[in-house]
Unconditional design. Structure first.
Length: 213
């Protein structure tokens, strides 16, 4: 499904949420623990791709404060503008990762925190495979999603209409391994965003390494 076929494209949803999204997820300890895992595996001055970079916080900010070079990619103009102002040490691009050309092994690491959910299953698979190729062999890749077996499910996210597609935990892990990534650690949690219209969400964090070859 293409973005303009959706009732609520990701760009529209996150343009509308703006800084409210950052506030709603600021207390996520599993996200911060995931970033600590990533930082422990990065050499000084690593080049990191942050897909769905949002407001730049906490991901890009945490990485740049540790001395790493971050390229953030997001489809929301509002989010890219916020991120550029909040984390000026990083570079942010208004782009759709599905159509963005990435050179093989051009990044030391990549992370994707909850930015696959408005893509089709085929698109999610293609994006994860693309990221696997874009990271150097042996480099870490972190992926976080909502592990539900749903396809084109309509609902509300923090008051915004969305259409969500995802995989159950086992199926998502299989997708990741088929993309040439080895899962080194896994974290599952339930998190309720700090927003009056939010509901508890299951979260799955996969901490991976690009296989050699």
């Amino acid at each position: 499904m293409h973005e303009d076929d959706r009732r609520a494209p990701a760009a529209e949803v996150f343009d509308a949420l703006g800084p409210d999204y950052e506030k709603a997820f600021a207390a996520s300890e599993p996200h911060r623990a995931s970033l600590r895992w990533l930082l422990e595996r990065l050499a000084p001055g690593s080049r990191v791709l942050d897909v769905g970079s949002g407001t730049g916080r906490p991901t890009a900010q945490t990485l740049t404060e540790a001395g790493h070079r971050v390229l953030g990619v997001d489809v929301s103009p509002v989010m890219v503008d916020l991120a550029g102002r909040q984390v000026p040490e990083a570079v942010f691009r208004l782009a759709d990762i599905r159509g963005l050309a990435l050179e093989d092994a051009s990044f030391d690491a990549a992370c994707v925190y909850f930015s696959l959910l408005q893509m089709s299953r085929a698109e999610q698979s293609a994006v994860v495979a693309k990221l696997g190729r874009a990271v150097r062999p042996g480099g870490p890749v972190v992926l976080a999603t909502v592990p539900l077996d749903v396809e084109g499910a309509e609902g509300l996210f923090m008051g915004q209409p969305v259409r969500v597609t995802s995989f159950g935990a086992e199926a998502f892990t299989e997708l990741v391994t088929e993309a040439g990534l080895s899962v080194l650690a896994e974290e599952q949690a339930v998190f309720t965003p700090a927003h009056p219209e939010a509901v508890p969400e299951p979260h799955l964090f996969l901490h991976c390494r690009r296989d050699a070859g």
